[in-house]
Write a protein that binds this ligand. Structure first.
Ligand SMILES: [Zn+2]
Length: 98
């Protein structure tokens, strides 16, 4: 099992700041959010306010937040519901062109 990426840091004001999971840089931009649709015909809904872009491979749909780091790393934060839990994972994407 891979080690968990560190994606949150507590700043001096007591706020959690999103970090780049590759290099730890603390400046990033939210690019988009979308639904990765699940396979269950009754429980595979699109999350309100998002469009369906991909299929999840899971029974339930996942919410994906795509983030662009000012460090040029890009990643997805994936929230995948499964049996009452919401699993949070990070997918590192190819680097942007700058
Ligand atoms: Zn980075």
């Amino acid at each position: 099992m891979p080690s968990e990426p560190i994606i949150l840091s507590l700043n001096g004001d007591g706020e959690y700041v999103l970090l780049c999971p590759v290099c730890g840089h603390d400046c990033s931009h939210i690019d988009s959010a979308f639904t990765r649709q699940g396979s269950d015909p009754f429980e595979n809904g699109r999350y309100d306010g998002t469009e369906v872009r991909e299929s999840s491979g899971w029974r339930r749909s996942a919410l994906v937040i795509r983030v662009e780091g000012e460090c040029c790393h890009n990643w997805n934060i994936v929230i995948q519901q499964h049996k009452g839990n919401n699993f949070v994972s990070v997918e590192i994407l190819p680097e942007s062109d700058g």
